[in-house]
Design a binder for this molecule. Structure first.
Ligand SMILES: [Zn+2]
Length: 426
């Protein structure tokens, strides 16, 4: 991995951690520490309101960390395959080196033998040379002796000889000595020449073996150098792998920490929502046909709009006469507008389910021919004839009657005909 990529990664990691810190908002440094251990999260919760945006932000940070971790993982894959390649190369080089080393041992042996042969040939040459010189010296002495003879006249030899026979013998000896010495010198010259040739050959052979050994040594040195380079590359890549592994692990840990944070924030957000819903007493208003309307529950989740639909239980397409707003059991239902309760039907009081049709329901009249209906309630707190004001708690969410889960079926009728309630709500 090059330096730029690595720097970028560390930067990203630092940024992710910094973003995590920012998330805790305006909390003190002590709270930041608390926020990080997860367990003491509630200390921060008490002081900070969580918004959906906070959760989304944590999710983006988590996704970013995950993505970076994946990048690190794929870089690791590439690095690991590079390492495998280098390990193979190194094994190859080591094997080659071992083979070359073995060859070198053989060549070294041969070189040693050639050097010994050279030394022996040189010894033999020196001996042959010595023999020749000895013989030549001996010959020179004899020639000296003969010279003395030869300077004498045949008469002098005759006179110095003991007898005629001795005279002839002396002459013959002189001649014989010259012949045999010449022969011996010739032979020794030949022997010395041969020794010279043999020594030259042995020297050439030794030189040749030395050259081969040097070449092999050079090959070995080159292999040794390549082994060094490969080993270095392998060490460097191993370091990169360790770094990338650390980065990946840190990023995964960061993602896991953010996962926990998202869970904490979500729980906190849900608790906040539930608390807000429990205290719901109406919100923004909208005036239609002279009547002010507010949402009858805290939730704004429309699970089924007004209009024709396939009925979730009967499967038959028919008109859905109200607005289904998803909520939780027991969430407060308030009067959407001020008016008078004109009908309360409570066949299964206090129960989440049971009954038929609208289940537990009530109708409020708001004047101008406008009425509102609240269906599938768990309980109802008002009675027929009672005056209620906008935002007053009149019932709680249930799933009584023809219902598949906790929700409020909210209807508005104008002169007895249903209208789309969404148009009356802010
Ligand atoms: Zn409905």
């Amino acid at each position: 991995m090059d330096m730029v990529v690595r720097k970028h990664l560390f930067k990203a990691l630092t940024l992710t951690m910094a973003m995590g810190l920012i998330l805790t908002g305006t909390v003190s440094s002590t709270d930041k520490a608390l926020a990080y251990d997860g367990i003491s999260m509630s200390v921060v919760e008490l002081r900070n309101k969580v918004s959906q945006a906070d959760i989304d932000k944590a999710k983006r940070e988590r996704d970013y960390a995950r993505n970076q971790a994946r990048n690190a993982s794929s870089r690791l894959e590439s690095l690991n395959s590079q390492r495998t390649g280098l390990e193979g190369e190194l094994a190859n080089l080591n094997q080659m080196s071992a083979e070359q080393q073995a060859q070198y041992e053989i060549i070294s042996g041969q070189l040693q033998a050639a050097l010994e042969a050279k030394a022996a040939a040189l010894d033999r040459f020196i001996i042959a040379q010595g023999n020749l010189e000895d013989q030549q010296e001996l010959f020179a002495q004899r020639v000296g002796a003969m010279f003395e003879f030869q300077n004498k006249s045949t008469l002098e030899v005759l006179l110095e000889s003991d007898s005629i026979a001795g005279f002839f013998t002396n002459l013959e000896i002189i001649s014989l000595i010259a012949d045999s010495d010449n022969q011996a010198i010739d032979q020794l010259q030949i022997a010395m020449d041969e020794a010279q040739v043999a020594a030259d050959q042995a020297m050439a052979e030794a030189d040749n073996m030395q050259r081969i050994a040097d070449e092999k040594q050079a090959e070995l040195d080159e292999l040794e150098r390549r082994i060094g380079v490969t080993t270095e590359a392998l060490e460097s890549i191993s370091t990169e792998i360790t770094t990338a592994e650390q980065e990946r692990d840190q990023l995964n840990a960061e993602a896991a920490r953010l996962d926990q944070r998202i869970r904490d924030l979500t729980r906190q957000y849900q608790n906040q929502q539930a608390a807000a819903a429990a205290n719901y007493s109406g919100g923004a208003t909208k005036v239609v046909s002279g009547v002010s309307f507010t949402w009858p529950v805290a939730s704004r989740t429309i699970t089924d709009p007004y209009g024709p639909r396939v009925h979730p239980i009967s499967g038959v397409t028919k008109m859905h006469t109200g607005l289904d707003i998803g909520s939780s059991y027991g969430a407060p239902i308030v009067a959407a507008a001020s008016g008078t309760v004109i009908q309360v039907n409570l066949p299964v009081p206090g129960r989440n389910t049971g009954g038929t049709g609208y289940g537990n329901y009530l109708i409020i009249s708001h004047g101008n021919g406008i009425t509102t209906l609240y269906g599938h309630c768990r309980n109802i707190y008002v009675s027929s004839g009672q005056t209620v004001s906008q935002g007053q708690k009149i019932a709680e969410v249930g799933s009584t009657g023809s219902s598949t889960g906790p929700h409020l079926h909210f209807e508005i009728r104008v002169n007895g005909s249903t209208v789309n309630p969404r148009k009356y709500l802010p």
